[in-house]
Write a protein of this length. Structure first.
Length: 558
């Protein structure tokens, strides 16, 4: 009879014996130190508990925090009297934690320490704040060259075990948004799946879809972070939290809306770096730039920027503030929210309860400011106080929701402002939109079609002298490459128009004339309309006619 040697079975048996020997040694040490023994192979490891000690420090001290309930911790150690171990334990007690120590085997400790790979790169998660390692964000940004890269990284996270994938999925989605400079993240539940989309340079772009089960867990995490109520599912909710990076905090505004299948989520990414733009980099045409620079240099009056949500009005206001900021003047802002902190300027934020734009503006006027920025004129009371401030020795910057520069005047009248004083209060009304910039690395040129050339000639006819040196035979198209993540566009700038107050405009406004009448007088002031500004930027290769038509009606006749 032949006896066959089973090598795998023998190896398995040997491993079991070695493990048992390790555990027996840990039991002996527990008697020696008077500390309870624990077999970590039979215990769940909490990744939230592991976060309390950095991985490198845990390896050095040969310990792992494996359970946390409130301020009570359970800590696995190899040698409780080791200097590095005692130092870490004292640090935890110093932070108010009650620490319970267990001696474990080297095999058990290694198992616990190996779970650090499952720890999300969030070092701390609490209501209102998400701490993300700058090194991880930098690494993620380096990995992301296209939308496909983001899709792969998020898909990889979604395939993780349910026990810890929710710990990473939110951070991966937000890191992807930061890497691609997205302004918004949209999570939209359908009947059998959830759609994830980013708004990139003003355009919604689908990233991927994932399961509803994951979304429900993700939604709960978002609600906790944003200080929203978990049990409310049939009413809108708004909240906010911050991502803390080495370079500074990035605020995320959370909006929840009840839908047919679950709550729809929009996360607005308020990155201060995207707002910190100088006036010279807004894309304002030279003639208009010089006139605006003159107007904002005046000591009194109001300058309005108009346009729909997402047209870059706040960025323009900050650029104006930077331009006028001097040590010898006092600037106060009333914002919702404060999107970019500027040294040397007093910035306040409305709360929509006791401190709204109107009450805030009344308080600001008692602070002896020279320049005031009102984030938005939304109602008649705010409009009247702002107009009065402009008439009584202050320079006031603000925004209105109107479609054109000329439309600001009828809008103010609708809000109850006396039309006879508008001409004395307002210096300039400017309208703007944001257009995507063609990627310089891959854009291509093509000949203008006869119909397009005819339209170019029509639009630029009234400014023929100003545009005589601009080519009118070709246009430029997006292609897509690695430099622009395959989108064909990279970055945005504005197209602008403005009405400067003069005697004729003041007379039209005082008579409550129509927007059309004011626009006709605007044309005689010699600056581009938004349509003309857009056509010039398309002909010079800054943008495409396709992109321009997405933002404004390029076929509209006056």
């Amino acid at each position: 009879m032949t006896v066959q040697f089973d090598e795998d079975k023998s190896k398995k048996k040997l491993d079991t014996l070695l493990k048992q020997e390790e555990e027996d040694l840990a039991r002996v040490l527990s008697y020696k130190y008077g500390v309870e023994y624990l077999d970590l192979s039979r215990v769940a490891i909490s990744t939230d508990a592991l976060r309390l000690i950095p991985e490198e420090e845990a390896h050095k001290a040969e310990l792992a925090v494996f359970d946390i309930v409130g301020k009570k911790l359970k800590v696995a150690v190899r040698a409780p009297k080791k200097d590095a171990t005692e130092l870490v334990l004292e640090g935890l007690r110093g932070k108010g934690y009650a620490v319970e120590i267990f001696i474990v085997s080297s095999v058990g400790l290694e198992r616990a320490l190996s779970r650090y790979k499952d720890v999300a790169f969030t070092s701390e998660v609490k209501a209102g704040m998400l701490d993300i390692s700058s090194e991880e964000i930098e690494q993620f940004t380096n990995e992301v060259q296209s939308l496909e890269d983001v899709k792969k990284l998020i898909s990889g996270t979604l395939s993780m075990k349910k026990s810890y994938r929710i710990s990473r999925i939110l951070e991966i989605i937000l890191a992807g948004a930061l890497a691609l400079h997205a302004s918004d993240v949209h999570l939209e539940p359908e009947e059998g799946y959830v759609r994830l989309r980013y708004r990139l340079d003003g355009v919604l772009t689908e990233i991927l879809t994932f399961d509803l089960e994951t979304f429900v867990l993700l939604l709960s995490r978002l609600k906790l972070l944003s200080r929203l109520k978990l049990n409310i599912k049939n009413a809108p909710q708004d909240g906010r939290f911050s991502i803390r990076l080495k370079e500074g905090d990035i605020e995320i505004r959370t909006s929840l809306l009840p839908g047919a299948y679950s709550e729809s989520v929009v996360l607005r990414v308020l990155n201060p770096q995207s707002i910190a733009v100088s006036m010279e980099k807004l894309g304002i045409e030279e003639d208009l730039f010089n006139k605006l620079a003159h107007e904002i240099g005046k000591p009194t009056g109001m300058i309005l920027t108009t346009g729909p949500t997402g047209s870059g009005k706040t960025t323009t206001l900050y650029a104006f503030l930077k331009r006028v900021h001097k040590p010898d003047i006092k600037i106060i802002t009333i914002e919702d929210p404060i999107e970019y902190h500027m040294p040397g300027i007093v910035q306040t934020q409305v709360d929509h309860k006791e401190y709204d734009f109107a009450s805030g503006l009344r308080s600001v006027l008692r602070q002896d400011p020279d320049v005031i920025m009102v984030g938005e004129i939304r109602d008649g009371e705010t409009a009247k106080i702002a107009i009065n401030a402009a008439l009584t020795g202050h320079l006031v910057f603000s925004t209105l929701h109107t479609n054109s520069a000329a439309g600001a005047f009828p809008r103010l009248i609708d809000l109850g402002v006396d039309p006879k004083i508008i001409g004395s209060a307002i210096n300039t009304s400017m309208a703007q939109r944001l257009i995507r910039i063609l990627c310089p690395a891959c854009k291509k040129e093509t000949a203008l079609l006869p119909e397009r050339k005819k339209r170019v000639d029509e639009v630029l006819a009234s400014v023929a002298e100003k545009t005589k040196n601009i080519q009118k035979e070709k246009e430029f198209l997006p292609v897509g490459c690695k430099e622009c993540a395959g989108l064909g566009y990279k970055g945005r700038l504005g197209i602008f128009e403005a009405v400067f107050m003069n005697e004729k405009i003041s007379d039209l406004v005082s008579k409550s004339s129509s927007e059309r009448d004011i626009a006709e007088e605007e044309a005689s002031q010699g600056t581009f309309t938004m349509l003309q500004d857009g056509f010039v930027k398309a002909l010079t290769g800054i943008t495409s006619f396709e992109e321009l038509s997405r933002v404004i009606d390029i076929e509209a006749r006056n």
